[in-house]
Design a protein around this ligand. Structure first.
Ligand SMILES: [Zn+2]
Length: 651
């Protein structure tokens, strides 16, 4: 599981060795220097280092997100010009040869527009403004402009430095030296052979430095994108909130000691770093974030003196409950249909797969973010989509009825296709008419009228209470955040009808439905769905206090849905080898021929392991026909069952 991480460490060590052997540029992971002011008002250089962020693994040890080293060639201007103009030119030639570029290209990268000198000039300009604001150095506007221009327009750093010393004096030279001791990247992301060539061809005094930074990489691209989440830089109100909370100051105090130093640009150390914006990257930010290291140094005649230092440390690795094999099977089964799939271990609440479509590529998030896309690919339908559950909701009523109404298994109602409710004709078109339909048959055939009578006998208050007891109307506690869904207590006959058939204002996320069906599968424990695998930290499950003999009546009805002729999923979901039980749903969206198709079920029936919830948006077909086969594919993938096309035709 840790092999990949090990590889990265080995690479870095090998480079370090090469650097030592060649007595060449030292290698450090993302380093930059800034100045802070100590209590006596003296400026102290602060060098910041960071380490890799934690890696995210799936339960099988596949890497889902990792920091990959990337090597940049940087120039430290002060070192580059320390040995005069000729040496500076010779270094450029040596660097060009090693990097496989023309000397003029390197010159452009250093002296050209947006090159090192231009960026250095910008930094010096900010530094001068900072000094001026504190009345520590006052230059006339003309002098300040001439100073900045000397740096910006120079064709040799050595010459520019000599000009500054002669024309603007020691105080100005100090500002140059301070800003020029920072590395400026000129060639980002260089390949390893070229990096090695540069390390060998240049020495520490050349001013050429190989900087090792990291980029976040997602080997699976768009797979499980909503679970894994993405990284971004804080900006605008999010940044201001973070700053107002004292986050940046706290980070700095941790490194250099509370109140010891005032930062020149305190927030910049942290503003330049990426944060988890969504999914596990955001939820586990605190754990996965590396500890920033820093060293406070002052230059003395004998070299740098270190006043205080703290090492950087890598962030913690995270292992998810996801099984990428199953995740990809779920994504494939969903295809390019808007909707969501949840696969959960019914006994523990571990999420094995959580799929939504549309998706986005984690390695190219900016495209998805900037695209004006009405499909909302960033939206995690599995956790945030509060759908009307349609007939899938009847499982809640069934469990409530067998517990609240004695002998409910023998109660029958007639259904001849329609009924008057509050002066309005309501329909059941889910089966052919019957004079006496009981709970078993009503579940199997999804009879609207039976469940309207059931909901009426329970009454609005008890119906709403049982719905809440199943976790609908509040968040599940999953790490990545989710929607609470919605349950309003039905009062009128019309509202009772709507709730009975899972319509109206009722809102249930696919994740909540997985909890509901999971509780029916596992004997009445409402688990906490979770994504981070922490066997040492069991997640709470609420005992709903259900009675096994009562629950059995509902479970048998759900077995019949899939396994008895006439069941709404019989033709589409029945599987050889393992018995599936479940419920279909076809929720109206108010648009003709556009239903949300549901299937929620578990397997094996007798010894439940997983539940699968499928929602497919805006389809013409009914739940059994559209969502049922999708669920079956996932059960097949989980249990390793392959059915020949002949047995498909038997149906
Ligand atoms: Zn009916």
């Amino acid at each position: 599981m840790y092999r990949r991480r090990l590889k990265i460490v080995i690479v870095c060590i090998a480079v370090g060795m090469a650097a030592l052997i060649g007595r060449a540029a030292q290698l450090q992971l993302f380093e930059h220097g800034r100045y802070v002011r100590d209590a006596q008002g003296k400026l102290v250089r602060m060098e910041v280092t960071t380490a890799p962020r934690g890696t995210i693994f799936d339960r099988a040890g596949n890497v889902l997100a990792e920091d990959r080293p990337s090597y940049d060639i940087a120039i430290i201007p002060l070192r580059a010009c320390a040995r005069g103009e000729e040496a500076e030119a010779a270094n450029i030639d040596a660097l060009a040869k090693a990097a496989g570029l023309a000397p003029d290209d390197i010159r452009r990268l250093i002296y050209g527009e947006n090159g090192v000198t231009a960026r250095l000039a910008g930094n010096i300009q900010r530094h001068l403004k900072w000094l001026e604001k504190r009345e520590m150095l006052k230059l006339s506007d003309a002098d300040a402009e001439a100073y900045i221009e000397t740096v910006r327009a120079c064709s040799s750093l050595s010459k520019a430095r000599a000009t500054i010393r002669a024309r603007f004096g020691k105080r100005c030279l100090d500002t140059f030296d301070r800003e020029a001791s920072e590395p400026f990247v000129i060639i980002p992301n260089i390949d390893v052979p070229r990096r090695d060539a540069v390390v060998t061809a240049t020495d520490e005094n050349s001013g050429v430095k190989v900087v090792c930074t990291t980029t976040r990489y997602y080997p699976y691209g768009e797979s499980a994108c909503h679970v894994i989440g993405y990284m971004g830089h804080l900006s605008g109100p999010a940044y201001e909130r973070k700053e107002a909370s004292g986050y940046f100051a706290k980070g700095l105090d941790e490194i250099i000691g509370r109140g010891r130093y005032e930062s020149l640009e305190r927030a910049n150390y942290f503003a330049s770093q990426a944060f988890g914006v969504s999914g596990v990257e955001a939820a586990m930010e605190e754990a996965m974030r590396p500890a920033t290291g820093a060293a406070l140094k002052v230059a003395t005649r004998g070299g740098d003196e270190t006043l205080a230092a703290r090492d950087s440390a890598p962030g913690k690795d995270i292992t998810l409950t996801l099984d990428m094999r199953l995740q990809q099977a779920a994504e494939q089964a969903l295809g390019q249909r808007k909707g969501a799939i949840v696969v959960m271990d019914v006994n523990t609440g571990e999420i094995l797969a959580l799929a939504s479509w549309p998706r986005f590529d984690l390695n190219n998030v900016s495209e998805a973010v900037s695209a004006d896309n009405e499909d909302h690919p960033l939206f995690s339908r599995a956790t945030l989509g509060a759908y009307t559950p349609g007939s899938a909701f009847k499982v809640v009523e069934a469990v409530a009825a067998v517990h609240e109404i004695p002998g409910y298994e023998t109660v029958t109602y007639p259904c001849h296709g329609s009924i008057m409710v509050g002066g309005e004709e309501k329909f059941c078109r889910n089966h052919s008419g019957s004079d006496a339909i009981d709970l078993h048959d009503a579940l199997k055939r999804s009879c609207n009228i039976f469940f309207y009578h059931t909901a009426s006998r329970l009454g609005g208050e008890r119906l709403a209470e049982w719905t809440r007891r199943f976790g609908i109307g509040r968040r599940t506690g999953i790490e990545v955040g989710d929607s609470a869904g919605r349950i309003d207590e039905p009062t009128s006959a019309g509202e009772i009808w709507n709730t009975a058939i899972g319509q109206g204002t009722l809102g249930v996320t696919p994740l909540q439905m997985a909890r509901v069906i999971g509780a029916i599968a596992n004997g009445g424990r409402l688990v906490t769905p979770h994504l981070v695998l922490r066997p040492e930290m069991p997640h709470p499950a609420v005992d709903m206090g259900l009675r096994a003999d009562r629950l059995k009546l509902v479970r048998e009805g759900l077995l019949a849905v899939v396994n008895e002729p006439g069941g709404t999923a019989y033709k589409y979901t029945r599987m050889k080898g393992v018995q599936i039980a479940g419920k279909t749903g076809t929720a109206e969206t108010g648009l003709p021929d556009e239903n949300n198709a549901w299937f929620a079920g578990w397997a094996p029936y007798d010894n439940p392991q997983i539940c699968v919830v499928v929602v497919i948006e805006r389809t013409r077909g009914h739940g059994g026909e559209v969502a049922g086969p999708v669920a079956k594919q996932i059960f097949q993938a989980y249990f390793g069952i392959q059915e020949s096309s002949e047995s498909e035709n038997e149906k």
